[in-house]
Design a protein around this ligand. Structure first.
Ligand code: KIV
Ligand code: ZN
Length: 449
């Protein structure tokens, strides 16, 4: 870490807020398995659950606290004694426990949900933090619905909880309502106005109802927040939370704008995403940034041609940097001749120019019909073309992997999951000399568009 790069604490709430997503509930064993992966991923804080919510959640938090010893383990509690005592019961064996207390502060919540006055809210928040502090040094306080709270009143509540001993002030955009400039200003106001703020970590907890959770979290960091609360794949209540992988990779890829460091091991991101999806049965949206199966897939001829010459043309981070085995060039109707000829070579066939033209025309017709041309389709097409046209002669004999692929082409293909490990002969493996630029490739690029 360079001297000027501030360290951002990554607080993962996949096992708490994330688990609140419809369909994402996890049992104790599943939570424990994911907690181990979060540990490998290098998160600083794991919010393991909401111990008062159920017996199962209590046991899950307890089990995680007992075995995951490096990160801080946090448990959520409403601002009342039974919740805080239950949270502490679950956390007390943790190497680094944290009690996370929350209480709503917006007038809408005070009036309609809690039915308490502002004064009562301040007193309840203060008492709750005092109680939590009597058990545990590390106490986080969240004023729920902070972004719809009168900033004046918000600062009054925060003054009270800092005085009572809170060590982290988490500012939730509970309903995903704020926008980056506004959220940044709110963090600056808190930094200017709250007494004792210099001894406290400010945190951002952003929901994605308007699709701005990650942008809001980054704006908070730019304004001085030093903890970000986030989840794997961005799961969470309603539209979800800020996605951990997006926040972290935005800071890495755009370190010129966000000169911050995290302890995240990038190479573990994809494994965490896949494990969560496997446990919950909730698939990752294909075009999901960083972890979706299309995040490093290229179909357009122009893009494939660029990728084959130099991946920097169309990728701003390497797949390996986030644990994805490799980029994929998908053969479809938008693909160009360059990508097709490379794939044929990988399957063991090299064609002269006329033969390749022939194959390419047939390939485009096929892609129009079946959308994605898999290896076995391509091998059949090569065989057919070879049978019917004397010009389409392979210049080299198929190598043995190609023979194997041809043999397997006879069997019906089941859809393949995005590969977890590099597969021998997978399309997209960087090619020797792929960055060399030959004049005829420029023509391919035009032809393939
Ligand atoms: O969104 C929210 O306000 C929360 C708090 C409990 C931090 O999840
Ligand atoms: Zn939340």
């Amino acid at each position: 870490m360079s001297a000027e790069q501030a360290r951002i604490t990554i607080f993962d709430t996949t096992l708490r807020d994330g688990e609140q997503s419809p369909g994402c509930s996890m049992n104790q064993q599943e939570k424990l398995r994911l907690a181990h992966q979060l540990d490998r991923l290098g998160v600083d804080v794991i919010e393991a659950g909401f111990p008062i919510a159920s017996e199962g959640d209590f046991e899950a938090v307890r089990a995680i606290a007992a075995v995951i010893r490096r990160p801080i383990i946090a448990g959520l509690a409403r601002a009342c004694a039974p919740d805080i005592e239950r949270a502490w019961d679950a956390l007390k064996d943790a190497a680094h426990p944290r009690i996370h207390v929350f209480l709503a502060t917006s007038d809408i919540h005070l009036q309609y949900k809690l039915r308490i006055t502002r004064d009562e809210c301040v007193a309840q928040a203060r008492e709750a933090v005092r109680l939590a502090k009597s058990f545990c040094d590390d106490v986080e306080f969240s004023p729920e619905d902070a972004t719809r709270t009168d900033p004046e009143f918000l600062c009054r509540v925060l003054d009270a909880v800092v005085e009572a001993g809170a060590t982290t002030l988490n500012i939730p955009d509970t309903v995903g309502y704020t926008v980056p400039s506004e959220f940044g200003e709110l963090i600056s106001t808190i930094r200017r106005r709250v007494k004792g703020i210099e001894n406290v970590t400010i945190s951002a907890h952003c929901h994605n109802d308007l699709g701005m959770a990650v942008a809001n979290a980054l704006a908070a960091v730019s304004a001085g927040a030093r903890q970000v609360e986030c989840t794997i794949n961005g799961i969470g209540e309603r539209a979800g939370n800020a996605a951990l992988e997006e926040v972290v990779m935005a800071m890495r890829v755009r370190s010129d704008r966000f000169a911050y460091e995290t302890g995240i091991v990038g190479e573990q991101i994809f494994a965490a995403s896949q494990m969560l999806s496997e446990i919950t049965g909730v698939p990752v949206q294909p075009n999901k940034a960083v972890t979706g199966r299309n995040a490093f897939a290229h179909e357009a001829g122009i893009h494939q041609d660029g990728m084959l010459k130099n991946p920097l043309t169309y990728e701003i981070m390497t797949p390996k940097s986030v644990g994805v085995p490799d980029s994929k060039l998908v053969l479809g109707k938008h693909s160009g001749r360059h990508a097709l000829s490379i794939r044929c070579e990988q399957l063991g066939y090299q064609f002269d120019r006329r033969a390749l033209d022939d194959i390419y025309r047939r390939f485009v017709r096929l892609a129009d019909k079946i959308k994605h041309v898999e290896d076995h389709h391509l091998l059949e097409l090569i065989r057919d073309t070879h049978k019917t046209s004397s010009s389409a002669t392979p210049l080299i004999e198929p190598s043995s992997p190609a023979r194997a692929a041809m043999a397997s082409a006879a069997a019906p293909e089941t859809p393949k999951p995005f590969p977890m490990v590099p597969l021998a002969g997978t399309f997209g493996v960087p090619l020797p000399g792929a960055t060399e630029h030959h004049p005829e490739q420029q023509e391919d690029y035009l032809w393939g568009v």
